[in-house]
Ligand binder design. Structure first.
Ligand code: ZN
Length: 297
């Protein structure tokens, strides 16, 4: 089990799925062929597959144990979902809850679920199937959901989103099976939200309107769980590269630049949602860009 300590907080990664999710330049449309090739020495084998030119990623939950509470950051795709717009995750079925149990977490132990934003691969295990309906997987948890995303993805507002019809229908299915069933247990937060003495949430808009990051400050340690501000480490080298999933590209790039600057200057460990391999990274400035100092753990 991949666990490490940051101050008083124990951090454990639980992987739901990993593999090749798209050709590199479909996943990161702004990227050049050269950036993948020139960095192959460390992008392979966790982040890029040179033979297929595939971008590799993980879908994973970061489990935090802080001040006696168990906190999950993002809840993956979930099992048995109808996702017509994402064939890779249509009716995905994994043993994620068993892996969570191996990390010492039973569903009833979870106190807080953080959805950094509302996309298919961040809200799925909010719920599970029970007697033909979708019920909260974590019966004792408070679900922290950014209000701007709840509003944006509410099917009643779907006509406002400039996306293809199939994607809109997929988002409506996601909302119905993974978001609506937990709203009775949710805090829809805006602006900022303090989780406890070590952890807080702050907005990081662009990838989605409500995208957010979790900040950890404990003892001498600093970390920022950046969700989908980064999909691939090539975006550390070239922060203006968006992923194909960024809903508001200009704002997403500005947010990425701002968060990376702060992380480099304050020595914050950067913990994205989707990096395979070690999963967390220390970065430093490299002129107007950034470079990787060290992978953690
Ligand atoms: Zn994602």
């Amino acid at each position: 089990m991949d666990s490490f300590k940051l101050g008083d907080v124990e951090v454990t990664k639980v992987v739901e799925w990993q593999g090749e999710f798209a050709p590199a330049r479909v996943a990161i449309p702004d990227s050049t062929p050269e950036i993948w090739r020139d960095n192959a020495s460390w992008l392979v084998p966790d982040h890029w597959h040179p033979d297929s030119d595939g971008c590799l990623a993980a879908i994973q939950t970061w489990v935090l144990r802080s001040e006696g509470k168990t906190i999950l950051i993002d809840t993956g795709v979930g099992n048995d979902r109808e996702r017509p717009h994402m064939p890779l995750f249509d009716h995905l079925h994994t043993d994620f809850l068993d892996r969570l149990a191996q990390a010492g977490v039973r569903p009833e132990d979870v106190d807080i679920v953080v959805n950094t934003h509302i996309h298919n691969d961040h809200v799925g295990w909010n719920t599970r199937s029970g007697n033909g309906e979708w019920i909260p997987t974590f019966p004792n948890a408070t679900y922290l959901i950014p209000r701007p995303d709840q509003v944006y993805f509410d099917p009643r507002n779907a006509h406002r989103r400039p996306v293809p019809q199939l994607r809109r229908e997929g988002s409506n299915l996601m909302y119905a099976d993974s978001v609506a069933p937990v709203l009775g247990r949710a805090v829809l937060w805006e602006d900022s939200y303090r989780i406890d003495g070590n952890l807080s949430l702050e907005p990081a808009p662009g990838h989605t309107p409500g995208s957010s990051v979790v900040r950890l400050e404990s003892g001498q340690d600093r970390a920022v769980f950046v969700g989908d501000v980064l999909h691939s480490p090539v975006q550390i080298l070239e922060p203006h590269y968006n992923s194909c999933f960024c809903e508001h590209p200009q704002q997403a790039a500005e947010t990425r630049q701002r968060l990376l600057e702060r992380a480099a200057d304050n020595k914050e460990l950067v913990v994205p949602a989707h990096f395979a391999g070690p999963g967390a990274v220390e970065i430093r400035r490299d002129g107007s860009r950034f470079a990787i100092s060290r992978w953690v753990p």
